[in-house]
Design a protein around this ligand. Structure first.
Ligand SMILES: [Zn+2]
Length: 155
């Protein structure tokens, strides 16, 4: 596996109906080698289309890279690329937030939309999720204590 930086994202065939195939421009850092630029294609026909957690520009992910052919693709054994793995991690993070545990390093809290709890952990009032999930600093509408939040996976 090589780690790589996503430096650009392009959509293909945008004149056709969505979903659109994408090309991720990636700067790969092969172990013991010089960085190389590669194009990683992702099309709705690919087996990994459903599970592939789309990176944003600037993300670092694991990629498979064949120096001989210059072909590159997502390394789905890297959990960062898997929607299922990310969702499971998000659930675990939510659980820790509700238990007031510390988040792992690298669990960045970035901004709305959030996943928020059904009920305020402080007073137990029902949370207006539609509103709280979009607030910059969600708080309980009843006791006005801050609500635990977690970033939601984005596509
Ligand atoms: Zn409350």
């Amino acid at each position: 596996m090589s780690s790589g930086h996503v430096v650009g994202i392009r959509l293909l065939h945008t004149s056709r109906p969505a979903p659109h195939a994408k090309i991720f421009d990636v700067r790969l850092h092969p172990k013991g080698g010089e960085p190389v630029m590669a194009e990683v294609h992702l099309s709705p026909h690919d087996k990994i289309w459903d599970d592939c957690y789309r990176p944003s520009k600037g993300d670092v992910r694991g990629f498979l890279y064949d120096p001989a052919s210059g072909q590159a693709g997502f390394d789905m054994s890297n959990g960062r690329n898997s929607w299922k793995v990310q969702n499971a991690k998000t659930d675990a993070l939510m659980q820790r937030l509700l238990e007031d545990g510390p988040a792992d390093d690298g669990d960045s809290v970035t901004g709305p939309p959030w996943v928020v709890p059904d009920h305020c952990p402080n007073c137990g009032a029902a949370v207006s999720k539609a509103k709280a999930s979009m607030d910059l600093e969600p708080q309980c509408g009843y006791c006005h204590q801050p609500l635990p939040t977690q970033p939601r996976a984005r596509f």
